[in-house]
Design a protein around this ligand. Structure first.
Ligand code: BGC
Length: 358
């Protein structure tokens, strides 16, 4: 489905290019390549905000190329090649595989096209112009600190850890941050990486852990809201009651609703709009020649440096915020990330009234 979407976008670009060849030859194009669509943020936040900002800056929809790789690093490479062939002057790349994407970045550079690593770092290459993300180790720390609080400081509590995809550099950072907080304070009884960040695989792993542990689990570290959904489904199916505290990340609508009804302890809210808009603005300036790739390092917003194993990449790192039942109102609602009408329906209506939302 998504791949068909990509083909249509690319075909439309080709058709319009033929229709107004002179304009197509001069109009700068940018491409956004996202990694997957099982996690809600990409199609509902990243892509729409990125596109909206570029449109506001005056770019035509046909000049904004988009691909979603649906977890497949080869598909992502093909999408990058198609974007380059279709005249992209900047690639904004959120890699499925942080290591494999180095070859894509090198390919772009060979064509003189700057690459912006979006949300996930591209490792092992000096062909990355900038990195835009959150402080990802801090995300892991916030998740773990929230879990400890939800466990009420119970010494020796047993925790199952369901981490993210082993090919995603962020997943390693979340895990590292979480371990730095949890180790020595709780017992990690089972720990898994989740291929592709797949909620189904997270559910199967949790099921396996519950069987092995005879359903004894005091808390679960789930690296994002998609995997948290799988974990909670497994806990319910195994008849674990009351549910132990479960963490998450992304402030997905389903997770906010689970938090309100008490099924999930917390999520980590990352304001995706400023992330996507910063990427759009940088891509626009690079594509139009207003900013040279080498000059990004002097931009005050890109003061930070992130080591990708090959280079110190100029980086913009935004701050994540932990969200529990107590601050849903003052975070995601106040920010307009979710509207009251989205959040407060059906089962959550009573909790919303109790918490004074709106
Ligand atoms: C992102 C998370 C997302 C996960 C799964 C990570 O790299 O930072 O926001 O939930 O990938 O796609």
């Amino acid at each position: 489905m998504r791949q068909i979407g990509w083909v249509v976008v690319a075909a439309a670009a080709v058709v319009s290019g033929a229709a107004c060849r002179r304009e197509a030859a001069t109009a700068p194009r940018v491409a956004l390549l996202l990694p997957e669509s099982k996690t809600a943020r990409y199609e509902t936040q990243d892509w729409p905000h990125f596109r909206a900002r570029l449109t506001a800056l005056g770019m035509k929809p046909d000049d904004i190329l988009y691909g979603n790789a649906n977890q497949d690093p080869l598909a992502q490479r093909t999408q990058a090649e198609a974007a380059l062939a279709n005249g992209a002057r900047v690639l904004v790349l959120d890699p499925v595989d942080s290591d494999a994407a180095a070859a894509v970045a090198d390919l772009a550079r060979a064509r003189g096209v700057p690459v912006v690593a979006y949300d996930r770092l591209i490792k092992g290459t000096d062909a990355v112009t900038a990195y835009i993300s959150f402080d990802n180790e801090r995300v892991g720390r916030l998740q773990a600190e929230g879990l400890l609080r939800a466990l009420g400081g119970r010494a020796g509590a047993s925790v199952v850890m369901i981490n993210g995809s082993p090919t995603d550099n962020n997943a390693g950072m979340f895990k590292r941050g979480a371990h730095a907080v949890l180790d020595g304070k709780v017992t990690v009884t089972r720990e898994y990486d989740t291929p592709d960040w797949s909620p189904d695989k997270a559910q199967a792993q949790m099921q396996q852990a519950l069987t092995a542990l005879g359903n004894k689990v005091d808390g679960v570290y789930a690296a994002n809201d998609g995997t948290a959904g799988g974990v909670i489904a497994a806990l319910k199916a195994a008849g674990v009651s009351p549910l132990p505290p479960v963490t998450g990340q992304d402030a997905e609508l389903a997770a906010i609703q689970r938090i309100l009804v008490g099924e999930q302890a917390l999520t980590v809210y990352k304001a995706i709009r400023p992330e996507a808009e910063a990427a759009a603005e940088l891509a626009f300036r690079l594509a139009t020649g207003a900013l040279a790739p080498a000059a990004v390092a002097n931009e005050p917003a890109y003061r930070a440096r992130v080591d990708n194993g090959r280079a110190r990449v100029p980086a913009l790192l935004l701050e994540p915020v932990v969200v529990t039942r107590a601050n849903v109102k003052d975070t995601v609602i106040k920010d307009g990330f979710w509207k009251t009408a989205d959040v407060c329906s059906g089962d959550t209506a009573a909790a919303c009234r109790e918490l004074g939302i709106p």
